[in-house]
Design a protein around this ligand. Structure first.
Ligand SMILES: [Zn+2]
Length: 56
């Protein structure tokens, strides 16, 4: 599984997501970023997120 903690990117956010593939994980993060933080996912943000993905 691949895992991401939003708090690694947005300090103070407790959201974490898990998915089988990087694409699925990025989709979940994009959805969260949009609905909770009102952030549009840019290529820079995707790179930041990818750097923080943990394989579990
Ligand atoms: Zn968040």
């Amino acid at each position: 599984m691949k895992q991401i903690a939003c708090g690694d990117i947005v300090p103070g956010c407790a959201f974490t997501a898990e998915a089988k593939t990087e694409e699925e994980l990025l989709a979940k993060v994009a959805e969260h970023a949009k609905t909770v933080h009102a952030i549009e996912v840019t290529p820079e943000l995707v790179n930041q997120v990818k750097a923080k993905i943990k394989n579990t």
